[in-house]
Write a protein that binds this ligand. Structure first.
Ligand code: PGA
Length: 253
């Protein structure tokens, strides 16, 4: 049975007071997850300790939004996988388009970060997706193929069994323009098929593939009803408890 996941990506938002209120509301209102459903919030590094203490006895998991590809050493400003483990993280987002585009992370660097996360037992949420320009140039599939290939070349196809993939079209992130459920389904199916055909992996059938990009309480149900959409990676809407809870409810329906 394929696992479903709804993960919030807080990005660079929040403060101690707002976070505490948000988590309190989430804890109070989230439905109990079914056997194959999980929830998580991926938060800025400085808040990991307080998020851990707020969530440790709940069914909400937590994680980070970035990780160093290096284990330890003279890497000023970086945060290692072991450090994330010290704060009980289960997940870490790697290869978010904001990291790729604003911080120069190549697919090779993303693959190294993915590998570092898995070495430490963390579950990487690997983001892939095309820009509008790439979609308009009809190279969407090529782009996603290249993004996935870099990871598989470094860590092997089996590594996907311990990872989550998030399809996040760049043009849909933070824009209010989500992919239609048909567009999302088409790309999720493409990713599943690519893993299956190209690498001959049965892993594909069980792979959790999330949709991300302007997913909210209004469109979540329709997006999540598609056969190859297994939940969402939620940015803006994960900062409002009511919205995030409604999205989670949509995943459980
Ligand atoms: P958004 O962001 O939901 O605000 O579009 C999603 C993401 O960047 O993961």
């Amino acid at each position: 049975m394929r696992n479903k996941l709804v993960a919030g990506n807080w990005k660079m938002h929040g403060n101690l007071e707002d976070n505490a209120a948000l988590l309190e509301a989430l804890i109070a209102n989230m439905p109990k997850p079914g056997n194959n459903t999980g929830y998580a919030v991926c938060v800025p590094f400085p808040y990991l300790a307080s998020v851990q203490s707020a969530l440790q006895d709940t069914y909400i998991n937590w994680g980070a939004q970035n990780i160093s590809q290096y284990e330890k050493g003279a890497y000023t400003g970086e945060v290692s996988a072991d450090m994330l483990n010290d704060f009980g993280c289960r997940y870490v987002i790697v290869g978010h388009s904001e990291r790729r585009m604003l911080f120069g992370e190549t697919s090779q660097i993303v693959a190294e970060k993915y590998a570092a996360a898995q070495r430490a037992g963390l579950i990487p949420i690997l983001c892939v997706g095309e820009t509008l320009e790439q979609r308009d140039s009809d190279i969407t599939e090529q782009v996603i193929d290249e993004q996935l290939k870099a990871v598989i070349a470094l860590t092997g196809i089996e590594s996907l069994a311990k990872a989550v993939i998030a399809y996040e079209p760049v043009w849909a992130i933070g824009t209010g323009v989500n992919a239609t459920s048909e567009q999302a389904q088409e790309m999720h199916f493409f990713i599943r098929e690519l893993v299956w055909n190209k690498y001959g992996a049965e892993i594909a059938a069980d792979k959790t593939i999330l949709y991300g990009g302007s997913c909210n309480s209004k469109n979540a149900k329709e997006l999540f009803s598609m056969p190859d959409v297994d939940g969402g990676l939620i940015g803006g809407a994960s900062l409002k408890a009511e919205e995030f809870v409604a999205i989670i409810q949509a995943a459980g329906e």
